[in-house]
Design a protein around this ligand. Structure first.
Ligand code: DMJ
Length: 467
């Protein structure tokens, strides 16, 4: 049974903003006041890095999905041989707004409104398209109230919907053709099945159509119902037959944001089913996956039916779970888990993509400019403002500047164990939406953000709390 709080789909709770032109003149930085000048100096540096990277992107390849920050060329994310969708612009919109980079925001909004058109005979991955583009357009709309952004988000969501509509179980197919609605690939993963409700529910509220909430709710219901007797899910499932294709349970990818969006759906929409399901999984994870190694908290992969440990690999992406633990009420484990990752950061300067917690050594030496550590710093800070989280994030930011800054932006690292670290010439779209925003919100005390009532999606998109 669903028991929704007053802020259920259909009732907008975000404050109405003025039209874009009006808000662009707003809030000079001098209006920001805080006794800790030191943190504000870090914030200014964050903003300066963002502005510099934006102009490099704008001059070299504006409208391309991504910039290659070492060589300065553009790079496709969605259609290698087809039309770019300006992914980096869409991801950056609300970050630019929160930072008061208003000229840059205006040029981004103009490009999106004049150029983006999703009537493309090409196939996209439903999950990535939803968290990045639908979420980016919606958070841009929340920040600016530019109606075209909402219209584009709705059009794109309609084009993704066949992935849900055509599924016998309600769990989405992984790929859909934006023009024809043809779907492909029924073998999917919890994160790709359960990471839609905050974006689609926000759309549902904004346009007053229930269907955008019901489709992802049905998907997540079908997944939760297939949990094991010990309340864990495995990491691969056939969405047509409902049969599990693996026995491996993990808090990292490809499961991570399934757990995150159970909590988030409760937080945003007051949907009690989702809170209950979050709690069921959180209890099972604490019981079967949490281990102490040399005094540090980690979460190895386990068999989803027996709880037997399968491996001690820790994905860097799982660092998001520290913040989620705090949000879900387990602040002690959240703090402890973030401390584990802070120890890795202190030892290796930059977090590796993968880490063996038994050996306390990287088992994947790349780093794709990952934001999850900073994400947890922000989430814990929002729950309990404490300079500890700011200091962890400041170290993360300084390490990024020292190792990832390239001629035309910030780059992922090919091997974090070499000195100097070798850059990989890629800047994922999420960099514009995630860590730069997390740093900014941690250090700036910006009046453009409601530090009490807010919501950031798995991609860092602010769907509630832009002021
Ligand atoms: C982002 O796209 C999102 O945070 C997603 O949930 C997981 N991976 C990347 C960042 O690492």
């Amino acid at each position: 049974m669903t028991d929704r709080a007053p802020n259920s789909p259909g009732r907008p709770t975000v404050t109405r903003r003025d039209a874009l032109g009006g808000l662009l003149a707003a809030v000079p930085m001098e209006a920001v006041a805080h006794p800790m000048r030191g943190w504000h100096a870090v914030a200014e540096d964050v903003r300066a890095q963002m502005r510099w990277a934006w102009h490099a992107y704008a001059e070299r390849c504006f409208g391309q999905d991504q910039i290659k920050p070492v060589s300065g060329a553009g790079e496709a994310f969605f259609f290698p041989k087809g039309r770019p969708l300006g992914l980096s612009i869409v991801e950056a919109l609300d970050t630019l707004y929160l930072m008061g980079l208003d000229d840059e925001l205006q040029s981004g909004v103009r490009w999106v409104c004049d150029t983006l058109d999703f009537d493309i005979d090409g196939e996209v991955q439903v999950f990535e398209t939803s968290i990045r583009l639908v979420g980016g357009l919606l958070s841009g709309w929340c920040a600016t109230r530019e109606k075209k952004l909402l219209a584009l988000a709705r059009d794109l969501t309609d084009r993704l919907s066949p992935a849900f509509d055509k599924s016998p179980s309600g769990m989405p197919y992984r790929f859909v053709n934006l023009k024809t609605g043809a779907v492909r690939d029924p073998v999917s993963f919890p994160a790709e099945i359960g990471t839609y409700l905050p974006e689609w529910g926000t759309l549902s509220r904004a346009v007053g159509e229930r269907r955008y909430y019901d489709l992802p709710k049905r998907a997540v219901t079908a997944l939760f119902e297939r949990r094991s007797k010990i309340d864990l899910v495995a990491d691969t499932i056939n969405i047509e037959t409902g049969a599990w294709q693996s026995r491996r349970a993990s808090i990292g990818p490809p499961c991570d944001s399934y757990f995150e969006y159970l909590w988030d759906g409760w937080q945003l929409f007051g949907d009690r089913d989702l809170k209950e399901w979050y709690d069921v999984h959180a209890r099972a994870i604490a019981k079967h996956q949490a281990v102490q190694v040399d005094g540090r908290l980690w979460f190895p992969q386990v068999d989803f039916e027996t709880g037997a440990i399968l491996d001690h690999h820790q994905s860097e992406l799982a660092a998001f779970y520290a913040g989620l633990l705090g949000q879900g009420g387990d602040m002690a484990r959240g703090e402890s888990y973030l401390k584990s990752w802070a120890d890795v950061q202190a030892r290796f300067q930059v977090l590796p993509e993968g880490f063996d917690c038994l050996r306390f050594a990287p088992d994947r030496v790349t780093n794709a400019l990952r934001p999850e550590f900073a994400d947890s710093c922000l989430n814990l800070f929002l729950l309990r403002p404490d300079d500890r989280w700011r200091e962890y994030a400041r170290v993360h930011f300084e390490a990024m500047k020292a190792t990832s800054r390239a001629p035309f932006g910030f780059s992922g690292i090919a091997d974090i164990t070499t000195r100097p670290m070798k850059q990989d010439d890629s800047c994922p779209g999420y960099w514009w939406s995630e860590q730069m925003k997390y740093y900014w919100l941690l250090f700036s005390d910006t009046p453009r953000f409601d530090y009490q009532i807010n919501y950031l999606s798995t991609e860092g998109n602010v769907l509630l709390g832009s002021k």
